[in-house]
Design a protein around this ligand. Structure first.
Ligand SMILES: [Zn+2]
Length: 281
């Protein structure tokens, strides 16, 4: 699997903010040593942003005139957010994995939220125009993606997440299949829920491709959303998704233990591709 990445996404930071450049930098360094292939993203055009975002929202990000304590008003955030969106679109063109920041799954049609400005995965899915299953294994619920696609016949959203921020995703509703863990599950329990959901969805819904909102903050040592998962758990998650036999692309969401991001991503891709398990690295 090729990765989409540009070093430009490492250029902005806010002191003390957990969504920092190091989490992506260390991950990319690790993957480079493993021989990963990277392609450069193209910036997302404004008319593509309009596929899912309101003109008012786009203007707000452009003019830095939004207010959310989790979403700093970085200088040039409009550029960085569009570059991450463009990377997701590039990932969708050819079963790639976008490793860009900022993440996207909390951003809705007309709001920024939870470190997210534009909803990268939703843009990429909408741009393909294909019936899609979105699998979101970030430790937080992707409220933005759900808000954008709720009620759509051609899109299915599935999320396994913890009972924390943003407080949404309590149950299965229409085309949105949510499971909220009240506390950290055992790995076996987590994988059982995922397996049950995937079986239910494949029997109830039609899709031609899978888009993965790949957040790694369910990792056991994560300060924000730990679900007790190990590095090897991501291999198993990848394998489960790979076995569905559909084209898959992935977009990075959260994950805040910088020194483990590389092996978590690597194991996920190994599982997805059905390569030999590398186990904890
Ligand atoms: Zn998250």
């Amino acid at each position: 699997m090729e990765f989409v990445f540009s070093e430009k996404c490492l250029d902005y930071r806010a002191p003390g903010h957990p969504e920092n450049p190091e989490r992506v930098k260390l991950m990319v360094d690790f993957l480079e040593k493993k021989g990963a292939v990277f392609v450069e993203p193209k910036i997302c055009r404004e008319r593509d942003l309009k596929l899912i975002h309101t003109p008012g929202h786009i203007e707000k990000v452009k003019n830095n005139s939004f207010s959310d304590p989790d979403c700093p008003n970085y200088k040039n955030i409009y550029f960085y957010a569009r570059l991450a969106a463009g990377a997701a679109i590039k990932a969708a063109e050819k079963e790639r994995f976008s490793l860009m920041r900022p993440p996207g799954h909390h951003a809705g049609p007309d709001y920024v939220k939870g470190f997210c400005y534009f909803n990268n995965i939703a843009l990429a899915v909408e741009k393909t125009g294909r019936p899609t299953l979105i699998i979101d294994f970030d430790g937080h619920h992707g409220n933005g993606t759900q808000d954008i696609f709720m009620g759509r016949q051609d899109i299915t959203y599935m999320s396994l997440h913890k009972n924390i921020f943003p407080g949404t995703g309590l149950r299965i509703q229409d085309n949105c299949y949510n499971h909220r863990f009240q506390k950290e599950p055992k790995e076996k329990n987590y994988l059982e829920v995922m397996n049950r959901f995937l079986k239910k969805i494949t029997s109830e819904r039609n899709f031609e491709q899978i888009a993965v909102s790949a957040g790694f903050d369910g990792f056991a040592r994560d300060p924000l959303a730990s679900l007790g998962l190990q590095s090897s758990s991501y291999y198993k998650i990848g394998r489960m998704i790979g076995k569905l036999g559909c084209p898959v692309f992935a977009v990075l969401e959260g994950g805040y233990v910088a020194e483990h991001m590389g092996e978590n991503v690597y194991n996920f891709v190994q599982g997805l591709e059905g390569n030999k398990e590398s186990g904890p690295l």
